[in-house]
Design a protein around this ligand. Structure first.
Ligand SMILES: [Zn+2]
Length: 314
């Protein structure tokens, strides 16, 4: 198989430039004062939508209003919002702490910023800002859903600036979870295998790489082969890692791979998939050019890069 592994692709949601402050977090004195340090920066999220700076030149389109994260200093934050959960994202190159803040209530007509959902926001942010947004969204979602201890049912408390949660009753430590997902393009020299999931209901038919959660006690390679068999009825052989992408909806890590097909006959899972098929290079090239009768995932998705890489390996 001619696929070569890409060293690194700056996927959307990767590239967070903040130092996560592993050492600083363990300094309780520093941590106690961090949110009051001059220059500390706060990024508000309301129902997991993030504040972006308003762009007055683009006010007509609610998704095109802004291109930068809207950071507040402590005084501005307290003046505008009642502050909920707060988590330390890390420190910047000047050692200034940066926090993500849940704001349960938002003004009806905010001035100078807007709350935008993370997918639309990421399409407009540069790589570092989208990386920060991914961490902020994943952290606040995790805190909101781990208020109680799974072992004893007692209320939990955030520790180390939000890096962990602790249960005072049974002394359990709860760590943020990341759910690995394999996403794989099954391909040979001439064809690749693409599927249309049943959950997708876009205006246009979108075909993409197959994907699924890694099961417990399963390697990435095993997960790839199992998912390809379950979703397409195809037996896969060699698996080659390509790249990975944080996907904060709510906390996945997409592990991208190419996989070699050992069989050709498709027998797809009709519960999960609307269609699965083999597509040749001309069909895929036309789809990327917007000229086919189906669409492919956009650049925000790792699937786009898996497919593009295969096409470019001709
Ligand atoms: Zn407990």
């Amino acid at each position: 198989m001619p696929i070569q592994t890409a060293l690194e692709i700056p996927h959307v949601f990767a590239g967070n430039p903040l130092d996560r402050g592993e050492v600083l977090r363990r300094d309780e004195n520093w941590l106690a004062e961090a949110a009051n340090l001059p220059g500390a920066q706060f990024l508000p999220l309301h129902r997991l939508k993030v504040a972006l700076v308003e762009d007055p030149d683009n006010g007509a389109d609610k998704h095109a209003t802004s291109r930068d994260l809207c950071w507040f200093d402590r005084d501005e934050l307290d003046a505008q919002f009642s502050v909920g959960a707060m988590t330390l994202l890390g420190v910047d190159a000047n050692s200034l702490p940066h926090f993500a803040v849940d704001v349960p209530e938002a003004p009806e007509t905010p001035v100078g910023y807007k709350f935008i959902d993370a997918r639309h926001a990421a399409a407009r942010l540069d790589t570092p800002s989208a990386g920060i947004l991914a961490h902020a969204r994943a952290q606040l979602h995790w805190h909101a859903n781990n208020g109680f201890c799974a072992a004893c049912g007692g209320p939990t408390q955030a520790g180390r600036g939000g890096q962990i949660r602790q249960c005072p009753a049974c002394e359990s430590h709860i760590f943020p979870r990341t759910d690995p997902v394999v996403i794989m393009l099954v391909c040979d020299d001439t064809h690749c295998l693409l599927g249309q999931g049943k959950m997708r209901m876009p205006r246009m038919k979108i075909y993409s790489a197959l994907a699924g959660f890694v099961d417990q006690a399963e390697s990435i390679e095993e997960a790839v082969r199992r998912e390809v068999m379950e979703e397409a009825g195809i037996k896969a052989g060699a698996v080659r890692y390509h790249s990975s992408q944080p996907w904060p909806f709510p906390s996945s890590l997409m592990i991208g791979a190419h996989a070699e097909p050992l069989t050709r006959e498709i027998n797809f899972d009709t519960e999960e998939m609307a269609d699965v098929g083999w597509f040749d290079r001309n069909q895929v090239r036309a789809a990327f050019a917007g000229e086919g009768d189906f669409g492919l995932p956009g650049e925000i998705a790792i699937a786009h890069h898996l497919i593009k890489h295969w096409l470019d390996q001709e």
